[in-house]
Write a protein that binds this ligand. Structure first.
Ligand code: VGL
Ligand code: ZN
Length: 198
């Protein structure tokens, strides 16, 4: 069994001081770097939106961040502008050992659709290509860490389990946004999908 560490969205905008700051988002960086040293393969994901992205509240007249709207592919939370392509906010946290990455997967780059999961965009059908990358490398087991537990980590972990990977989420190396009970729902959803939470 070949094993990969998947590091989800450890970017400045999800850390304190960032546009969509996750409480204590930066506190997991040292632990993630330490885990990289022991991993066979390391993949980083990077939330990577064009300006004016459809997941930004500012793109919808009369809407505010954290409103829920209906998109053609289903419900979508509207966010503050974040992780705009090429911005400092979209860069990895400066202390993250990004040099160790074998592969960087960018997601959310299509203007009309958001992508929480590292595997499928929010229509749950458009692939990012990560499944093929991992399979062609013979990787069958994944450890996931990063930001945010209840959005991108959750969607990535559930998709990976559905795709047949053996998935562990290191909850101590994740931090959550926690909107209206979304962290508890994410824990339940991941456990129900067969993800191991440690
Ligand atoms: C994320 C909200 C919007 C995440 C990304 O990385 O969890 N959350 N874009
Ligand atoms: Zn985003």
């Amino acid at each position: 069994m070949t094993h990969a560490l998947i590091v989800i969205d450890v970017q400045n905008d999800f850390c304190p001081g960032g546009a969509l700051a996750v409480p204590e988002g930066d506190s997991i960086v040292a632990g993630i770097n330490a885990l990289m040293d022991t991993a066979e393969a390391v993949v980083l994901t990077q939330d990577w939106h064009p300006s004016g992205h459809s997941s930004f509240a500012s793109s919808h007249a009369g809407r505010a961040p954290y409103d829920l709207i209906d998109m053609p592919y289903g419900p979508q939370v509207l966010w503050p502008d974040h992780c705009v392509q090429g911005s400092d906010g979209a860069a990895f946290h400066p202390d993250l050992n990004a040099d160790r990455a074998d592969m960087i997967v960018r997601k959310g780059y299509r203007p009309e659709i958001d992508s929480y999961s590292a595997f499928f965009e929010n229509d749950q059908t458009t692939p990012t290509g990560l499944d093929g990358y991992l399979r062609t490398r013979g990787i069958t087991a994944l450890t996931m860490v990063g930001l945010a537990t209840d959005f991108c980590v959750n969607f990535s972990a559930v998709d990976a389990a559905k795709l047949g990977f053996d998935v562990t989420v290191r909850m101590d190396l994740c931090r959550a946004i926690d909107l209206d009970g979304s962290l508890a729902a994410a824990r339940d959803g991941m456990a129900a999908a067969g993800v191991t939470l440690t």
